[in-house]
Design a protein around this ligand. Sequence first.
Ligand SMILES: Nc1ncnc2c1ncn2[C@@H]1O[C@H](COP(=O)(O)OP(=O)(O)OP(=O)(O)O)[C@@H](O)[C@H]1O
Ligand SMILES: [Zn+2]
Ligand SMILES: [Zn+2]
Length: 824
Amino acid sequence: MTSASQSVVPNSVTGDVTVWVQVLVDSPGAQGLYTYSVPDNCVVRSGDILTVPFGTQLVGGIALQLCDVLPNDLDPSQIKPIDAVMRSAFFPPVYWALLERVATYYYTPLMQVVRAALPPRLLAKSQRRVRLLSADLPDAAQLAELLSPMGLKLLQILQNSKTGDYAWQFLQRQKIKGLAKTVRELTKVGLVETFFEPPQGIRPKLQQAVTMLQSSPAQLTDRQSEVFELLRRRGGEMWLTELLHVSHASSAVVKALANKGCVTIAPQEVLRSEQYEVAGDQAKLLTLDQQAALATITGLSGNAEVLLHGVTGSGKTEVYLQAIAPLLAQGQSALVLVPEIGLTPQLTDRFRARFGDRVCVYHSALSDGERYDTWRKMLMGQPQVVIGTRSAVFAPLPNLGLIVLDEEHDSSFKQDQPAPCYHARMVAQWRSELENCPLILGSATPALESWQHIRTAPVPQRHYLSLPERVGGRAMPPVKVVDMRQELIGGNRSMFSRRLQSAIRELQATGKQGILFIHRRGYSTHVSCRSCGFVMECPHCDVSLSHHQTHPDAMSILRCHYCGYTQAQPSRCPSCDSTYLKHFGSGTQKVIQELKRLFPELRMLRFDSDTTRTKGAHRALLNQFAKGEADLLIGTQMLTKGIDLPQVTLVGIVSADGVLHLQDFRASERAFQTLLQVAGRAGRGDEPGQVILQTYTPEHPVVEAVVRQNYAEFVTAELGLRELLDYPPYGRLILLRLSSPEAEAVEKGAEKVASVLAADPAAQYEILGPAPAAITRVARRYRWQIMLKFPLDVALQIPSIERLRSVSGSLVSLSIDVDPMTIL
Ligand SMILES: Nc1ncnc2c1ncn2[C@@H]1O[C@H](COP(=O)(O)OP(=O)(O)OP(=O)(O)O)[C@@H](O)[C@H]1O
Ligand SMILES: [Zn+2]
Ligand SMILES: [Zn+2]
């Protein structure tokens, strides 16, 4: 594939030079680019959305590249013309350059990247229609002279349409010879145009609107002038339903106004978006550290990268807000990326309070219709702030002035599957280069990669900015470690230490609130037989089943967190028939049951992916908690981030061990980040906070680092270990994942792929594996992997994927993960 960035050449058809266009075709059968010719009367630019003939169909496509020489293996007589230009200059050229870069770096076909970037079904099922442009046609004699017989026939058909338009497929059935040519003929003389109708379900939503036409019409009835007056006071335009509702008038009254020529009633596009209501808010007086950071950021011009390293509660968000405000005033837009939807409500509220409806939210939990509308709003080019998760890094914002990645260390910025397995931080770096705008990476616990990237290379465009203290001189909450082995020795068999219990009791007494962090959702992590040791496992995956039980009398359910398999818990051990099945480990549900037993009065809210599945559930739960409707918020990973509630004085970590003992070279880094983030939720208001961290391994270096809350110290030690092993950020990785329903096929396939990799003369990598994945079977597929370790500063070059796929065998699927984050 060739680069689209060099191809902003408008089609200048002069003389007999034929112009060819290379098109990215949106059809499941399409691979790579296809060449079409551009008909004489047609102007194509790269970035246009086209329809092209493909096989027996007409499909959507995107013009990537224009050329005036045909690749020499192609026969000009075999090349078909494009059918029509549906939308001109839909995408700016730098946008294409970005998508191409993603495709190349992540070894993914460009069309797949396009699909990841575009809202769903934008091209896929769009329907092409033809419409009459004007009702006043020239007279019959003139038309007969102007048009071919087929042209006349088409015109007649369209005139018979009530709406003046017909679907292409309908017209094809009307026996018009050379429909495409005929439509072009009519287009050329300005009688018709073709357009894309968005797919069903995501077409623009229309609603009747009433618009005032005169300022003070005479001769109205009392009722009519009342309604008219109301409309005028509301700015002269209202939705019909709203006007009827507010004025208590009947639609006959409004119709009468329309008949008298005072108003029009016409359908208008409603842009669907999440409903919200927030009070306005003003810029805060910055602390000295914030001021210094903001001064650097606003002083940047063009491409630059900033690491904003601010401890939890140091006011990073306020810096983003004040950095964005002047951009909007200058007509530029900003993109703010956040890791998870769970923490967007509070953040989006803050942005909306400051910038009102110039804020758009874009994430995968929106309905297709909402996503489509948000896209349209973005493309309209008004200065705006888009807040979104990972995929919003592709938001087509014209005139981008700044990109912010909040909580940049978070692993949910990386897409694990499907391809492209991109990291939004990487894509944001490219985008800021291509758009020539600054990028801010914000975190209390920066990723080692980001820290190393900014700190080591003394490049003028990279800035390290620090906010070492909390706003308002608030203290960081002290972290108290409780050794759970000592508790056991002291006779406490509960999962709550005496210290945590008394802290919870104190919460209740003083009316404060607390957050309890548990590593796992569900009830317990696994179920096994005390008599024979049998562990209940998923029949489709090599993992143990988790036990779920919503309340003590509810049925016990076993669930696989990898494939969703669910079964009732048997009453006897399937292996030895004993009745001694026991639950091990504690999930959110078990913690809640235990707390209910210890503190019958305690009001609790559970916040994990089980309770936040429905739309708006995050916001509802957080609102309830913020309003003081519960004493304790109990949840998983999700509540480590972003929650900013001044009344929270206690954070309890029920067991740090689950986070500490993961088997991956990033385990320590992740554990440190998670624990420090969750600790940071305490003491953000006027009352000081405290953190109680329970563990069986208090001497673990990560626990010690969390107690000292010293990022730099932790990072220095951790970087030393990484350097010894050439792991990132001292080397780079590509993970090849193979899977198959056949155990033997995947093992053989992995070995063959590894031997091709080893035989590559250009190889600059070290091969680790092939080896079975840590979880060797998921959803009935056996999994193997091969890790390639590259030194820094060499290109991540591997043999072609087609080659690797061809040797891996037909039963095996192979995917490539560049810079993998999870290696399970
Ligand atoms: N200059 C300021 N004056 C007064 N209050 C401020 C100021 N800056 C921020 N705040 C408030 O301090 C609180 C913490 O700020 P913010 O949430 O932005 O911190 P943060 O650094 O993003 O924290 P975290 O990383 O923990 O999410 C917020 O309630 C915010 O409104
Ligand atoms: Zn048993
Ligand atoms: Zn399973």
